[in-house]
Each structure stands twice: as C-alpha cells, then as structure tokens.
Ligand binder design. Structure first.
Ligand code: FAD
Ligand code: UDP
Length: 374
C-alpha cells in the first residue's frame, strides 16, 4: 500500500480493471477497491466441484464487432469460438429461438413453410406502429400479437417485474428476428469465450496494472483515508449521490448452480438440448444455462445455472440490470447531469452510466475514457 495514489478506482469489474491496466501502463499508481470478495464484477466465473466452468452472475456470452476491443482483450486471453444457441421451452415443447423460419415452421405446423410464407405471415400479423414507444410495441410491430404472446410477454414480465409496455423499445430489440433459418442469438462477427475462463483474464489484467487491490471494502469506508488524485467510480450512480433524488430501479436475480454428476447426465453428455433454454411460462425462473455446450470442456458431468429474477433491494443483493424505460429516464438523466458537474471523478460502466451495456461496450467505453484521461 502507498501513502498516495494517482487513481482510486471503485469497483474491480470490467470497467475498473480495464482502466487500472491502461493507467498502470503509463506508470500511474492505482488502488482498486471492491466490495465483493472477488474481482471481475458480474462477469466473474468459477469452476464447479467437477472442474466445469459456470458463470456466477448469469451467462456472459462475449461477442463484439469491435476490432479494437477484441485486440485489447486478446492481450490477456486466448479464445474458444462459441456458437451461442438458445431455445425457448413453452407449451410443453422446445422452440427454435430467436424467432426464425424454423420457429415459424413449428408454430404453423407446416415443416415445408418457406421464407415467403413466413414473410406473408409477418406482413399480415405485425401491427402498423411507425415508431414503437416501448418493448411491447417494438415486438408487436415486428411479429404481431401471437408470437409476442408466445415468446416475449411472459418472459419479459418475469425478467423485469414490469410489463413490456414499461420498458424501452431497445430492451426486447436486443434479440434479432431472422427471416431465414439463421438461429444465432447475436449477429456480431466475433463470438467467443476466454479459453481459460474470465477469471484468469481478469487476473492477468490486474497483474499488468500493478495496481493495489482491496477486496470486501466499500470505498466509502476508506476514501477519506486514501489520498488520491482522481476517482474512477463504477458503482451505481444514484448511490454515489446518496440517492438524493430518490433511488433508481434495478433488477437483480438469484443464480442457482446445479452440479450434475455423470450418473444423471444423459448419454449424449448434456442435460438440455442447447446452451440456454428460456422459459416464458409460469415457472419462477427465466432461463437455464448449460455452459459446457460452449466452453470446449469435455466431461461426463455437467452443470446448470437457473436464474430467478427479483427486484433489487440495497444491502440484500447486487444491482444487476438498470431498467431502461419511462420510469427511470428522467431520474437517470438527472443523476447523469449531477455526475457531469463533479470535478475529479469519472463515472463509467453499466451502473455508473445507468445503461444496459454489454461487455464489449463497457471495454470500448473504458478505452475511450482512458484516451481522454491520458
Ligand atoms: P460491474 O461488473 O457491475 O462492476 C462494478 C463493480 O463495482 C462490482 O463488482 C461492484 O461490487 C463494485 N462496487 C459497486 N459499488 C461499490 C462500492 N461502493 N465500493 C466498492 N465496490 C463497489 N454482457 C455481455 O456482453 N454478454 C452477456 O452475455 C452478458 N450477460 C449478462 C448477464 C447478466 C445476468 C448480467 C447482470 C449482465 C450481463 N452482461 C453481459 C453485462 C456485463 O455484466 C456488463 O457489461 C459488465 O459486467 C459491466 O462491467 P462494469 O465494470 O461496468 O460493472
Ligand atoms: N426476451 C424475451 N423472451 C426471450 C428472450 C428475451 O421476452 O426468450 C426479452 C426480455 O425482455 C429480455 C430481453 O428480451 O430481457 C433481452 O434479452 P437478452 O437475452 O438479451 O437478456 P440478457 O441476457 O441481457 O438478460
């Protein structure tokens, strides 16, 4: 520990570690303070008792179109190419998802349906909404009420604790809708997982940064006693300001790990047909993830993480998702306005910007912030 640091970085997630590493490369001294007992933030992964990887805070599928982001992270990890495949389970069967011609063949009961048939269906069913104001309108205007009802309404309500009408159109639009037989969940050019897991990648970043690290420490308990030049804050933006305008809403979840011994794994080696199965029905959980489908690990055992969403309550859980929509828009803007006026502090990351950002966007934003600081 030093008497003084150039930077005090709050949060050892992706944002905090990228900035620590970049600033360290210029010889700047950083102290990273993290209130959890590990680095990596929500991207943290581990191995189960059988040595199989699992993602502790829900599935983290890395993908990007940014050569800059890919090249940067590739300095700290090799990759395993991943085909992220998702099915929906509802009405007693598995469905091809995201919605594509294969889904339409199942839905229409016509295995010979063509792309033209599917397009015709969409033209008849999609509602004429010129500029969808929310996630419900976004999906109704893309596929119409039947497919909305089958795949989106229940899942969205469970995931967010709010109806799709309450969410920004961008939320449900994250998932593509394919006219042909494409079943990719994401369209990004590069889709891969760190070969040895995320954790070794983060450890290499931290090591390269030469930063000091304090785990299980809330920065508010140490900030006054640690002289520093600049603060980089990656925690929840409202919390920084003691929720002076009222708390922002966040969604969280419980991620239940099931370690499945070989005796209970079917002969094919997997317990579910694809990497992720989404459940839009009455089950309390939204999805199950069998990561072994994409890690490249070969084992007779397997594991599943089952995700039970709930509303975030400070002190009880971690805030995982900002909730983009009319309910939070004004409040989030007011906090962002406050943040812009604070001298000597950079607010960056999914929670500090209150934006539903993917990992590659977070890395891109951190690299950009570094360029400005440097
Ligand atoms: P975080 O990872 O949240 O890190 C912030 C850190 O700050 C946390 O570790 C927190 O403990 C710490 N902190 C907060 N306040 C304090 C304080 N007062 N004192 C000390 N420490 C503090 N992205 C993808 O690209 N692909 C995916 O498939 C994907 N799936 C996801 C699934 C789930 C369930 C979730 C929740 C997110 C997913 N993401 C995914 C998004 C990804 O997790 C984020 O983009 C990324 O983790 C953001 O990094 P961050 O450093 O900004 O935030
Ligand atoms: N969604 C849905 N049904 C699905 C999958 C997704 O209604 O089977 C909606 C839901 O509102 C979800 C959003 O689309 O929150 C974005 O899905 P994604 O899989 O990207 O969510 P994340 O991985 O970020 O939790």
């Amino acid at each position: 520990m030093r008497d003084r640091y150039d930077y005090l970085i709050v949060g050892a997630g992706l944002s905090g570690l990228v900035l620590a590493e970049r600033l360290g490369s210029l010889g700047r001294s950083c102290l990273v303070v993290e209130r959890r007992n590990h680095i990596g933030g929500n991207c943290h992964d581990r191995r189960d008792k059988n040595g199989l990887f699992y993602h502790v805070y829900g599935p983290h599928y890395f993908r990007t179109n940014s050569e800059l982001v890919r090249a940067y992270l590739s300095r700290f990890t090799d990759w395993t190419d991943a085909k992220y495949r998702v099915n929906v389970f509802t009405r007693g069967r598995f469905w091809s998802f995201p919605i594509n011609l294969g889904t339409f063949r199942q839905f229409s009961g016509n295995p010979a349906a063509t792309e033209a048939d599917f397009k015709g269906y969409l033209e008849r069913s999609a509602l004429p909404i010129a500029s969808p104001a929310n996630s419900k309108e976004a999906i109704l205007s893309a596929v119409g009420p039947e497919l909305y009802e089958l795949f989106y309404r229940g899942y969205t309500e469970k995931q967010w604790g709010r109806p799709a009408e309450a969410l920004d159109a961008s939320v449900c639009r994250r998932i593509p809708i394919h006219p042909g037989l494409d079943e990719r969940y994401f369209k990004d050019e590069f889709q891969a997982l760190p070969r040895d897991g995320y954790q070794p990648m983060f450890e290499r970043m931290l090591e390269a940064s030469k930063a000091d690290l304090r785990l299980e420490t809330d920065y508010r308990d140490v900030v006054k006693g640690v002289p520093h030049g600049h603060l980089i804050y990656t925690g929840p933006i409202d919390e920084y300001f003691d929720c002076r305008y009222g708390p922002l809403p966040y969604r969280t979840a419980r991620y239940a790990l099931e370690e499945i011994d070989a005796a209970n794994v079917p002969a094919g080696g997997f317990v579910q047909p694809v990497l992720q199965v989404n459940y839009p029905g009455p089950e309390a959980f939204t999805r199950t993830v069998e990561l072994k489908h994409v890690t490249g690990q070969s084992s007779r055992h397997s594991n599943l993480v089952r995700e039970f969403p709930s509303e975030y309550r400070p002190g009880e859980s971690d805030p995982n998702y900002p909730i983009p929509g009319a309910e939070s828009d004004d409040l989030a803007s007011r906090y962002r306005g406050l943040a812009e006026k604070v001298q000597g502090v950079t607010f960056i990351g999914r929670l500090a910007q209150y934006r539903y950002l993917n990992m590659d966007q977070v890395v891109g934003a951190a690299l950009h912030a570094f360029d400005k600081m440097a």
